[in-house]
Design a protein around this ligand. Structure first.
Ligand code: NI
Ligand code: MN
Length: 228
């Protein structure tokens, strides 16, 4: 599979069979990203939680591409209300075998909701996402804090590549993310969720330098890596 970093927490993943997955597509609202939405052709859109910097362009991308959105039950109900035709709801710890591979939601220590017309809308728990396809396991941590049960995820899944937030303020910072990387025992670790806003300014190289056995790698926006 090939994984392209689209800035913030957004990834575009192309599987060997041509299936396109997009995780947390915050694209048009991200000033650091220069990618036109019509260049993206997702078959599935995976959402970690209901904050605007993760839902992003999910509704438009789903409708234009006839894509299926996958994520927490409550968030999927919200997506239906927004006119998305195809959704697949999961809950924490649960997974589903799709044609292309398996998607499983993992616990994440974070919140999930939106404000609309002065009302706060509850959108279920925040999650991390395990993607198993092409014989590989990818872990997208969402916006989680560091917590000890990340070690369970590492014990139960041999993670080839983990995407961890390092921005601080809304998620763990570089020091906590380095600790989380150790718990997860991932073969490769890529920092996400930094520098998009002033509050989450970080030097990703400082994070990578703190990693021990884990192989840290800073992806540039628009860069593609092959996980094989
Ligand atoms: Ni969030
Ligand atoms: Mn976020």
């Amino acid at each position: 599979m090939n994984i392209t970093y689209l800035g913030h927490s957004a990834l575009a993943i192309t599987l060997n069979d041509g299936t396109n997955l997009i995780v947390d597509p915050f694209i048009s609202g991200n000033p650091l990203v220069d990618v036109e939405l019509d260049t993206l052709h997702p078959d599935y859109i995976l959402l970690t939680h209901g904050h605007y910097d993760h839902i992003g362009d999910a509704v438009e991308l789903a409708n234009v591409n006839n894509a299926t959105i996958v994520g927490m039950m409550e968030l999927m109900k919200y997506m239906k209300q927004k006119g998305v035709q195809q959704t697949h709801g999961l809950n924490l710890g649960g997974g589903h075998d799709f044609d292309f591979g398996r998607i499983q939601l993992t616990p994440a220590l974070h919140s999930s909701g939106l404000e609309e017309e002065g009302q706060l809308i509850y959108l279920g728990e925040a999650a991390g996402i395990l993607i198993k396809a092409d014989g590989k396991t990818i872990y997208h941590a969402g916006d989680t804090a560091d917590f000890s049960d990340l070690a369970l995820i590492g014990e139960q899944h041999e993670i080839d590549c983990a995407f961890l937030p390092i921005g601080d303020n809304f998620t763990m910072g570089p020091k906590e993310a380095a600790r989380a990387a150790k718990r997860l025992q991932a073969k490769r670790v890529v920092p996400i969720h930094y520098n998009t806003f002033p509050a989450i300014k970080q030097d990703p190289e400082v994070f990578v330098a703190q990693l021990e056995a884990q192989n840290g790698y800073v992806m540039q926006i628009g860069e593609t890596i092959e996980v094989s």
